[in-house]
Write a new protein. Sequence first.
Length: 77
Amino acid sequence: MVSPAKGSSSYRRIVGPPPDGELDPPVELVPADNHSDCVGKLADGRLDAVSTENLHKWFGRTGLELPASLPRPEGCP
């Protein structure tokens, strides 16, 4: 489950098919009103991922452990 905050478009790079998207995985989008709503859902375990254009800007002070680099997607070459 991926949560795009209202107005965000970065999730399209993940969930869309090529050439606009990159991965086209089977995902369920869980809409959120804002990034704070996404943080709450992620912290509660209701989400697997959150999309954002600037991870540290929106989530840097949440207490969530943020990745230092992007992980390689599973099942992708």
